[in-house]
Design a protein around this ligand. Structure first.
Ligand SMILES: [Zn+2]
Ligand SMILES: [Zn+2]
Ligand SMILES: [Zn+2]
Ligand SMILES: [Zn+2]
Length: 255
């Protein structure tokens, strides 16, 4: 209660004597009195001599200093009042201006004692707010507990699922290694076989070709000697002198 009164008096400190609302952009005059900037400006617009509306002290200049501390206080007081109004409107039945002390279990809402007797709630079940809150808190607690249990189960399933996934990963990667190594072995075997076959083929080829090439050389030598003989004969045939021709002819025959 003491703090409430304290808040009330603070709220009064934060009220402008001209507009009677919380200060907006408060300024302080040299006499020490405070006003909203717009309130004192409007007040002075109409007058020839500027004077304080509270103490009548006159000011030749227009020296309006911002009062930041008071601006803060006014802001706080405004918020405080807003919050309190909100709280009060929550607690009060707007229709009957009574405190909502009951909870209608049938409609699941807060009502006042006059609401309870209205036609709208005839035959409904009511509980004092405090008891209703306890009952619903208990219900909430038990659903919280069961949900917590469920959470642990789900966590366990999550762990299990993660384990399965990593198992599949491991299997797959070991299978991959196996496949790679098996194929590299097969590649090696195939390469060796290929090399062996090519070598055998080359050996066989040589065995065939060597005698055939030998035969070809013989044929070519024979051809060469025939050609030589033919050339000589050609020269003989071209010999005009009969004696020389015969000499050569007999020499050829002797050979
Ligand atoms: Zn004002
Ligand atoms: Zn004054
Ligand atoms: Zn009511
Ligand atoms: Zn009801």
């Amino acid at each position: 209660m003491a703090s409430m009164q304290h808040d009330e008096s603070l709220s009064e400190e934060a009220i402008c004597p001209i507009c009677l609302d919380f200060f907006t952009n408060p300024v302080i005059l040299d006499c020490g009195h405070n006003f909203c900037r717009s309130c004192i400006s409007q007040c002075w617009e109409k007058k020839e001599i500027n004077s304080c509306p509270e103490c009548r002290e006159e000011f030749p200049g227009k020296n309006l200093r911002i009062n930041r501390a008071l601006a803060n206080l006014a802001g706080k007081a405004r918020n405080f009042k807003l919050n309190r109004n909100e709280k009060e409107s929550k607690l009060h039945c707007e229709e009957h201006q009574e405190e909502r002390k009951l909870f209608c279990e049938t409609d699941k809402k807060l009502i006042c004692v006059i609401c309870r007797d209205s036609l709208e709630h005839r035959g409904h079940r009511f509980l004092p707010v405090k008891e209703a809150a306890e009952i619903y808190k208990d219900q909430l607690k038990s659903s919280f507990d069961s949900l917590t249990e469920m959470k642990f189960e789900v966590l366990q399933t999550e762990r299990e699922q993660k384990r399965k996934i990593s198992e599949v990963w491991e299997q797959s990667s070991s299978l991959q290694i196996h496949i790679t190594s098996e194929f590299s072995k097969m590649h090696q075997i195939l390469t060796e076989k290929e090399q062996r076959l090519l070598r055998d083929l080359r050996d066989e080829e040589e065995g065939f070709l060597e005698p055939m090439e030998e035969k070809l050389r013989e044929i070519q030598e024979n051809l060469k000697s025939i050609e030589e003989k033919l050339t000589k004969m050609q020269k003989q045939m071209e010999q005009k002198d009969q004696l020389t021709f015969l000499k050569q002819e007999t020499r050829l025959k002797k050979r």
